[in-house]
Design a protein around this ligand. Sequence first.
Ligand SMILES: Cc1cc2nc3c(=O)[nH]c(=O)nc-3n(C[C@H](O)[C@H](O)[C@H](O)COP(=O)(O)OP(=O)(O)OC[C@H]3O[C@@H](n4cnc5c(N)ncnc54)[C@H](O)[C@@H]3O)c2cc1C
Ligand code: FES
Length: 349
Amino acid sequence: MLPVSPGLQTLVITSIREEASGVKTFSITPEDGRGIPYAAGQFITLVFTHHGKEERRSFSLSSSPVLNEPLAFTIKRIDNGAYSRLLIDKAQVGDKLYTAGAAGLFTLPAEIPAKQIFFFSAGIGITPVFSIIKTLLHTQPGTHAVLIYSNRSREEVVFYNKLQALAEKFSDRLKLVFLYSTSFDLSRARLSKALLPVLLKENALAPKTDLLFYICGPFSYMRMVIISLEEQGIHEDQIRKENFNTNDRNIIKVEPPDKATHTATIKYLGREYSFPVAYPDTILQAAKKNGLSLPFSCEVGRCGSCAARCTSGKVWLSYNEVLMDTDLQHGSILTCVGHPVNGDVTIDV
Ligand SMILES: Cc1cc2nc3c(=O)[nH]c(=O)nc-3n(C[C@H](O)[C@H](O)[C@H](O)COP(=O)(O)OP(=O)(O)OC[C@H]3O[C@@H](n4cnc5c(N)ncnc54)[C@H](O)[C@@H]3O)c2cc1C
Ligand code: FES
């Protein structure tokens, strides 16, 4: 059964390449030839049907938009995963996939305020980082990069040869630090709160407060890196993070300060739609009930697919792992966890 959500684009798989055991890169091309605009670090949301129900999964694009490379994403097989197993075990060149497009906020700023960016990545968390590093090296000659990439062993490193080739080509601007948790040298095995400041000191070309940090990996790894950076005096504005695991539904539900029904006016693709949002529905859920299909993926405030801008009124978010304080100050909201409070709202999607 094919997915039926409106606005989906069909993709054709043009090549499949094994990167490491259980990890494959899928090059894709839109069937309609329209292309998919994206920024380095963004993900595409694929839509498929599973047991008769439409489901969505996001995959960071590992290709770079500035290198004339085919659009590509790279997947790790999850043992009991519905979609990753289907793609890794069964997908063939010529197969069709369906996408709701590219989105995400794990991207480079329009103007890079730092002379050097540190990338902390573990396992399959390399995918958006690989796209960003390639883009950075080819477009920002004044910015240096350090990649600290953790895996169990050398065999599990994704893109090892490609990373080495980049480090050779940009030897003055890219430093690679591979960490293997099975290494005999325990002082350089797992990234830890003790090792992180050492690596920072060894590699930083500027004061800590002038650096940027990008982090992508398993949840506990990311938490450790963020806490360690904060202990080093790094401000949260200097840190960008991408969380792949949106399946943890045990997020504690907090209630909005105002549960009255308010009207949301949504401006989307040149048209305007108005409908009531009645608690406990979020703006995204109310839109769906009113026949409006807005962009979304995780539906729990963790991926950024549904990011929009509130231009009048106030939207309260029950959870937010992606928007930074500066985004919130500029009116950015997430429709999947957003509720209008204290009156009606207008939102640009
Ligand atoms: C913004 C974003 C970007 C992503 N980019 C990539 C990418 O580039 N490459 C990639 O391989 N994956 C990526 N993911 C993860 C991916 O979307 C899926 O979560 C993953 O492929 C599992 O889907 P599934 O259908 O196979 O598993 P499901 O059927 O959804 O889950 C099966 C089991 O696996 C666990 N599980 C699900 N997802 C994960 C996970 N990410 N890590 C550990 N356990 C998990 C679940 O808790 C469950 O027990 C990304 C996710 C997000 C939100
Ligand atoms: S759909 Fe993922 S943050 Fe809203």
